[in-house]
Design a protein around this ligand. Structure first.
Ligand SMILES: [Zn+2]
Length: 309
């Protein structure tokens, strides 16, 4: 592959960033947080249902998604490759560690450099013996209104792995809190903030807060679309329009963050198709046109995900 052009790694091999189509930026196809949540619904393990939904997504015109499940969250890289092959949806795989209390023992046992080395290896050499390489570092998270010491160590390790590999970093904020603190830490550790997505900001739709986040030059994750417990999709769409009016179109990315069995359409949830079929009409009605929507779904992911190293 020509080293001077932007490219990215998928579960089925590298592609040119220019060939990436419409992309959901923060999803899970197989994830298991049930042990700590004490809730079997948090074990999303339904490959056939997921593959069927992904095939529908492909027909709708979605090309790819970033799968942000990592170590300690039930990541299954082999399955991600199979789901990609079965559906035609391209999948970008992640490395890293999530947040308390989901951090595996290695986060507590190892130092920052060793954790960074694990991420670097999964990016450059592959995930165990699967032959699948991680493309992004994420989702790395912080707790609600605080950054626990082990979470801070993971952020430092992620920044180190990012400096060594140039790979983008995807964060998880708990209900949109600690975004500014995440950015300050990442900047302090030499991260290129144009390669960072702050996740779940649409669980806290506050224009002033979003503008302060945007000032850092990062991407803003409107990545829990369809989750209506904290914010309505109408409010999400209004805030996206307000951010676009203030010049931040190039910093917004979209996804649903499907994480539970009950989120699947077959189990009565929104399903992966909701963003395309239900949310985009809400966006259009709020004054965000098709050209801007293509920027959100195609151009922004290409710029965020493409790497030249
Ligand atoms: Zn998350």
């Amino acid at each position: 592959m020509n080293k001077t052009e932007q490219w990215l790694e998928t579960a089925t091999g590298p592609i040119r960033a220019a060939d990436l189509g419409r992309t959901y930026i923060h999803e899970h196809l197989r994830i298991d947080l049930s042990a700590h949540k004490h809730d079997p619904d948090a074990d999303l393990n339904a490959p056939e249902l997921v593959a069927a939904e992904l095939r529908v997504l492909k027909r709708q015109g979605i090309d790819a998604l970033v799968e942000v499940t990592n170590r300690g969250m039930g990541r299954d890289a082999r399955l991600l490759r199979q789901l990609s092959e079965a559906s035609g949806i391209r999948v970008m795989v992640s490395t890293g560690f999530y947040k308390e209390p989901f951090l595996p023992p290695e986060v507590h046992d190892l130092g920052e450099r060793e954790l960074a080395e694990i991420m670097r290896r999964e990016i450059l050499e592959g995930i165990a013996d699967t032959g699948v390489k991680a493309h992004v570092i994420g989702e790395i998270g912080t707790s609600r209104d605080e950054i626990a010491p082990a979470e801070r160590k993971v952020f430092a390790a992620a920044a180190r792995a990012h400096r060594e590999t140039g790979r983008p970093i995807f964060t998880h904020t708990t209900l949109g809190t600690m975004a500014l603190e995440q950015l300050q830490l990442l900047r302090q550790w030499g991260t290129d903030l144009s390669k960072v997505v702050i996740g779940h900001l649409d669980l806290r739709c506050d224009l002033d807060y979003h503008l302060r986040v945007a000032d850092f030059g990062c991407f803003l994750g409107f990545d829990t679309i369809g989750k209506l417990k904290y914010e309505s999709d109408e409010r999400r769409a209004q805030l996206i329009r307000e951010l676009i009016e203030r010049g931040h179109l190039s910093q917004i990315v979209l996804a649903q963050d499907i994480t539970r069995r009950s989120h699947l359409a077959a189990h009565g949830g929104t399903g992966y198709g909701y963003l395309w079929a239900e949310f985009l009409p809400v966006l259009r009605r709020n004054g965000v046109g098709d050209e801007a929507i293509e920027t959100l779904l195609v151009e922004n992911p290409r710029r965020l995900l493409g790497v030249s190293v």
